[in-house]
Design a protein around this ligand. Structure first.
Ligand SMILES: [Zn+2]
Length: 370
């Protein structure tokens, strides 16, 4: 090929390439952005690391390129809890420990679900705990203390959340005020199921409350609820063809820390990673989606250290050079920086080190293409 022809050909190819690239970016930015926020309750870097040591495959966490860290203190306590942590994500404001959707002065502040509903968004919540528990509750309720489950349930009825799956049936059905919130939701055009993750009704809102309190943990025999509920939520919200916000909580990584139970911690992290895999697959098919994966705080002061075996006869300790042990500092939350992983449109906004409430503002920055 003559040099000049080659140059012309190359220029044509690059013009075509730039043209395509520009066009695809423009199209996707005109569409409203879907938001998926995955919260691994109590999931610090050591918890995530367990997936790298104990998983059978390369963890899905390894797919992320945009990674940051958050500082987690609440306004009242340096070591935070799930209520203040989730409220920082859901409202963009730091608040006091135990607050559900309330400011540091105990005034209700709009949550991301309420703000996005005004923009025509649908919303969904997936949790393993009661749907009235601190993390999911902070996304739709406004109460002064996280233990007020029955009040949080009253706010669930008012919230118009399009899809929810988790536990907590008793806070709707067996209440001290004898109200039947289950019946009230059905009257508000919800299809509800308290037995299984049945097929959703596309013409209704859908709620699944599969336990009186929380669902079983992995070590108690939970099967594929976390993946199935997440997939069901994604299918439903996608089929409705409106933008959505979906919060998915891996609730029991925190419990592994509180119980100082290495097996529970490992299994819950691996289950979280498995669910993350299906969400990342969704993002590949639906690039007009932002996924943010983080935690409210770390639990247990967990570290990954040397593993030892003790000789029964001599009592001598020797290192297992090809193994590690999961060590707990105590059974409480800790104050370490928490990793943030992001994928999809706007994911570059999540690099750096910043306060936990910035997650909310960065989500809106991504929605507004800034
Ligand atoms: Zn906790």
């Amino acid at each position: 090929m003559k040099k000049i022809t080659k140059i012309i050909l190359l220029s044509l190819v690059s013009i075509f390439y730039i043209g395509c690239k520009k066009k695809s970016v423009k199209v996707s930015q005109e569409e409203p952005l879907n938001i998926i926020l995955m919260i691994g309750d109590g999931m610090g870097l050591a918890q995530i690391s367990t997936a790298f040591y104990f998983g059978e495959k390369i963890p899905n966490f390894e797919q992320f390129k945009n990674i940051g860290f958050i500082k987690t203190p609440s306004t009242s306590h340096t070591i935070t809890d799930s209520a203040a942590g989730a409220t920082a994500f859901s409202t963009g404001q730091k608040t006091y420990k135990r607050s559900i959707g309330m400011s540091k002065d105990s005034l209700p502040i709009p949550t991301i679900i309420e703000t996005l509903q005004e923009k025509g968004y649908q919303s969904g919540l997936v949790s393993l705990t009661p749907i009235t528990h601190a993390t999911p509750g902070a996304f739709y309720a406004h109460v002064k203390d996280r233990d007020l489950h029955e009040d949080i349930a009253l706010d669930l009825v008012k919230s118009n959340v399009d899809f929810f799956a988790g536990g907590g049936l008793k806070y709707l059905k067996h209440r001290s005020d004898e109200k039947d919130l289950y019946a009230e939701l059905i009257a508000k055009n919800y299809q509800l199921d308290s037995v299984k993750l049945s097929k959703y009704d596309i013409n209704k809102k859908n709620g699944y409350l599969l336990a009186d309190e929380g669902l079983p943990s992995k070590t108690e025999g939970r099967k594929s609820f976390f993946q199935d509920a997440t997939q069901l939520g994604l299918d439903y919200l996608t089929e409705k063809e409106k933008p959505f916000f979906l919060m998915i909580e891996g609730s029991y990584i925190d419990w592994g820390g509180h119980a100082m139970d290495a097996e529970l911690l490992k299994q819950e992290v691996l289950d979280f990673d498995k669910t993350l895999g299906l969400v990342l697959k969704y993002i590949k098919k639906h690039p007009n989606t932002l996924l943010v994966v983080t935690a409210d705080h770390e639990t247990g002061g967990v570290s990954i250290g040397k593993s030892y075996v003790i000789d029964e006869k001599t009592g001598e300790r020797s290192e297992e050079v090809d193994n590690v042990s999961i060590n707990f500092n105590n059974d409480q939350h800790s104050g370490t920086l928490i990793p943030v992983f992001a994928e999809g449109r706007g994911s570059e906004n999540f690099r750096g080190i910043y306060e936990n409430n910035e997650i909310y503002h960065k989500i809106f920055k991504s929605i507004n293409n800034k």
